[in-house]
Ligand binder design. Structure first.
Ligand SMILES: [Zn+2]
Length: 463
């Protein structure tokens, strides 16, 4: 009981500190303007309709980046491109054609880092287990069909290709409705040894039934996509504070090419834009510096956020907020950084009436632009902000288009993110130390992330 009272008092103190460090009229102006003066929605509509998806290395990506830069400039916000090199990939006309028992093209796409490969036809066999030793069927000269529930690691695929003579892979998508799932196969940008395709759930299950009936379906694969070194750029805009210590607000800029990348991550692009604009207009004089960063080449393997950290890691980065597919924010995640907890509890408390009902999370997750920051020990924040299944189901496919964006939810997310950015960049009583190497390793181990980081090639600490 006593503990509860103490905890309540600490929380009240934190809220009053948060509010004192801010001032409630700024809070209300920021949040009101996010709803009444939202520019994000129309900016996103224009960008996605004029330029389409923003796969890194494409003209669409370059043009969209300049479009964003010009929009910032109109608001008096200067931005700069920071170029970097990475192993790029260009989609060619990859084809999968069912040959037996009937001839027809399959709806399929090559995965990232698939290489040019001349046409060949082969029998399709089922790979329904993830562990190499559990797959006892003959793979030599065959194309493997993999159900959505089976996750083959890059290592296993390489082994199947090199030691067991597997010739290609068809990965069945996890969503129905003729959808595909664009993504990279080889995380470190190394070329895939065999053609690997995403195929629809419907056609995948058709093939599976044929195999189970003993009808030995055969498929012809051709790949023309190609890995090649590329140069691209992150976009960076700085709102100087009274001190050089800074809070980074990041969102990945690139998307896949099949749709418009409106949700993934058009949302994050325009959220960061509008938060920068609102702060510049309503409260330009902040204690800490705010740095807005649009990371490129995230979808190919977080290349932009790694390039940013490589360039800026010795600067006093105090904290980072990552905006990736932020829909309707109902909670927040301290990502394992205990130093953030009192502040984020106070922050959440103010938003309870605005549907911030979920208890705070404190667990990092793998696979976003926050990862290079976390690996550098920088306290990082993500929002728990779901997007309705009827829209999010189009993730990484043709249906990720502007019509899925909900204007009111977008306004609400901008209201919440701008408040977060404002309070985080003005709360100078909050001590946010950067974790050292051992503390960072402890944080990752506690979250059971070591294995997945090692498997995906992101574990940076030598043994
Ligand atoms: Zn994303």
């Amino acid at each position: 009981m006593k503990r509860n009272i103490l905890r309540g008092l600490t929380l009240l103190l934190c809220i009053s500190l948060t509010l004192e460090g801010s001032d409630s009229s700024v809070r209300e102006r920021l949040m009101g303007a996010a709803y009444l003066d939202n520019q994000a929605y129309h900016l996103l509509e224009e960008m996605t309709d004029r330029f389409g998806g923003r796969i890194t290395g494409s003209k669409s990506n370059e043009q969209s980046l300049i479009f964003l830069q010009e929009a910032l400039e109109r608001e008096g916000i200067e931005s700069r491109q920071e170029p970097f090199s990475f192993p790029g990939w260009v989609r060619g006309k990859d084809e999968a054609i069912l040959i037996e028992p009937v001839k027809r093209p399959l709806r399929a796409i090559g995965l990232g880092y698939v290489q040019p490969h001349p046409s060949f036809a082969a029998e399709v066999t089922l790979i329904d287990k993830a562990k190499e030793e559990e797959i006892t069927v003959e793979l030599k000269g065959k194309i493997g069909l993999v159900p959505a529930s089976v996750k083959l690691s890059t290592k296993t695929i390489d082994l199947f290709a090199k030691e067991r003579g597997l010739k290609g892979l068809l990965l069945i998508n996890r969503k129905n409705g003729g959808q595909l799932l664009a993504r990279t196969q080889h995380r470190e940008g190394s070329p895939s040894p065999i053609p690997i395709f995403s195929i629809t759930e419907e056609e995948g299950h058709w093939l599976k039934r044929l195999i189970e009936r003993g009808d030995a379906p055969s498929v012809q694969l051709t790949t023309r996509s190609e890995t090649k070194p590329m140069r691209t750029a992150n976009l960076v805009a700085t709102l100087p504070g009274r001190v050089s210590e800074k809070v980074v607000i990041g969102a990945h800029f690139d998307s896949w090419d099949l749709g418009q990348g409106a949700l993934d991550n058009g949302l994050g692009i325009v959220q960061a834009y509008d938060v920068a604009r609102l702060l510049k207009t309503i409260h330009p004089d902040n204690h800490y510096t705010l740095e807005f960063v649009w990371f490129n080449a995230e979808e190919f393997g977080l290349y932009g956020s790694y390039a940013y950290i490589e360039k800026h890691k010795n600067e006093p980065i105090r904290s980072m907020i990552n905006l990736d597919m932020v829909g309707d924010p109902i909670g927040i995640n301290a990502m394992g950084f205990d130093s953030l907890i009192p502040f984020l509890e106070g922050f959440s408390e103010q938003l309870k009436a605005l549907s911030f009902k979920r208890a705070m999370d404190n667990k990092p997750w793998n696979g976003g632009d926050h990862m290079p920051f976390i690996l550098t020990g920088i306290p990082s924040i993500t929002l728990y902000a779901p997007i309705k299944e009827e829209s999010s189901r189009f993730y990484h496919d043709f249906g990720d288009t502007f019509d899925k964006v909900d204007e009111t939810t977008l306004s609400k997310s901008i209201a919440i993110i701008s408040l977060l950015a404002y309070q985080l960049s003005n709360n100078h009583k909050l001590h946010l130390p950067r974790l050292n190497r051992d503390e960072t390793i402890a944080l990752l181990r506690k979250a059971k992330l070591e294995n997945s980081l090692r498997e995906s090639g992101y574990w940076p600490f030598p043994d």
